[in-house]
Design a protein around this ligand. Structure first.
Ligand SMILES: Cc1ncc(COP(=O)(O)O)c(C=O)c1O
Length: 395
């Protein structure tokens, strides 16, 4: 047999997927993968049934159904304070992941470099890697979520093409402030770089923090691709629908790439999510209140057990430092937790470029239903018993 491609040889199952597989094997509770098991609102389901019944079943335009783009332009204006032309500056994609893949294909050549803030969302790094784009990282300080702007400036080289921002952030829960975004935008402008911003958790921010889209600031819109999607806000990770807005010259090419890769996103579902965008204030408030309650509960329990945790400002993840609990590596901690408590988590090393980093961290995701989160926390409390702790320390 001829060998497989060089590209495929380097691919491994992600730490997140591996944790989910092992969790399913032992029948555990998955606080690893970023999956929310809350139901989709009935109005959206009904809209999907209607779209299928009305035979909205052909390929849409590769840019996406125009009715959805028009509705999204209104959302971008009202929520993100970005004026976007739905005919030229907006693309509906196969999840926000599809938007990121099209962005990388459109902006980057082999050998270019892109800057990620670290810890990062693994798919960003791995998709860049798949396209032979180099990754430079700039640290997020886990004690206070600050970033060092001089370090960002120093990470830029002649090869740098873009800076990626993820706000609200996976895996830390950081929400970038207006001032930080202005400073990052100024740096991007000074070095003539693109900005790619992943805002999929834009509706999940906690009291004291607001979501700001960098494309709404100064004149940054002309160099920014703003990516978001329906997966998280409307509990539909499996529907695979996202979108990206940006300058016409980029969106036009991204649409052509998307056409080649998978033609268009699922047409009936594109029509159905127009109903999602029509949900009222109450929908978003209830969602955020639910996540806020879970955040407080998870933070308090983990701190009681002995984890060190910086309180998330948004999204539904946190990185917990387990150095006081005695495990020797992040994978040891993940394995031991799954064995002793049947709770799945993700090794912190999955969010760093060098595997030696993040070895004192595990990521918890609290997107599951309240009942399951409470059940998982009750199971984790077993770690507080001296016998279990001693065992951990001895191993
Ligand atoms: C930061 C971030 N971006 C994108 C995604 C994937 O989004 P989608 O389902 O829209 O592809 C995730 C999922 O966990 C995420 O955490």
């Amino acid at each position: 047999m001829k060998p497989l491609s060089e590209k495929s040889k380097g691919l491994r199952q992600s730490g997140i997927r591996a944790a989910s597989v092992r969790c399913a094997e032992v029948g555990g509770i998955n606080l690893g993968q970023g999956v929310c098991d809350l139901p989709i609102d009935d109005a959206i389901k009904q809209a999907a049934f209607a779209a299928i019944e009305q035979d909205k079943s052909m390929y849409s335009a590769c840019e996406g159904a125009f009715a959805l783009r028009q509705r999204l332009a209104k959302k971008l204006k009202d929520f993100n304070y970005c004026d976007v032309d739905p005919a030229k500056e907006l693309l509906i994609t196969h999840g926000s992941t599809g938007a990121f893949v099209c962005a990388v294909n459109t902006l980057c050549n082999t050998g270019d470099e892109v800057i990620l803030f670290e810890p990062f969302y693994g798919y960003h790094k791995n998709i860049l890697g798949l396209h032979h784009v180099g990754v430079r990282t700039v640290a997020i300080d886990l004690n206070d979520f600050s970033i060092d702007l001089n370090a960002l400036d120093n990470a830029i080289s002649a090869k740098t093409k873009a800076i990626v921002i993820c706000t609200p952030n996976n895996p830390t829960g950081k929400v970038y402030s207006r001032e930080e975004l202005e400073a990052i935008g100024d740096i991007a402008k000074r070095h003539d770089l693109w900005l790619i911003t992943d805002e999929i958790y834009e509706y999940i921010t906690y009291p004291g923090y607001e979501h700001v889209s960098i494309a709404s600031l100064k004149d940054f819109k002309e160099r920014t691709l703003t990516i978001s999607g329906f997966s998280k806000t409307y509990n539909m990770t499996g529907w695979r629908l996202g979108y990206v807005s940006g300058p016409e010259v980029v969106i036009e090419k991204m649409a052509l790439i998307q056409d080649l890769l998978y033609v268009c996103p699922a047409t009936p579902l594109q029509h159905a999510v127009i109903a999602a965008l029509d949900m009222d204030e109450n929908y978003y408030n209830t969602m955020t209140e639910g996540y806020l309650q879970k955040r407080d509960q998870v933070v308090a329990t983990l701190r009681d057990i002995g984890f060190q945790v910086t309180e998330p400002q948004g999204a539904y993840y946190l990185l917990a430092d387990f150095r006081k609990l005695g495990w020797h590596s992040a994978q040891d901690a993940v394995d031991d937790l799954l064995e002793k408590t049947k709770v799945a988590t993700v090794a912190g090393s999955a969010f760093y470029q060098r595997t030696s980093q993040g070895q004192h961290l595990i990521r918890f995701c609290y997107a599951l239903q309240q009942k399951k989160v409470s059940q998982a926390l009750a199971l984790l409390k077993v770690l507080q018993t001296p016998a279990t702790l001693c065992e951990s320390l001895a191993s």
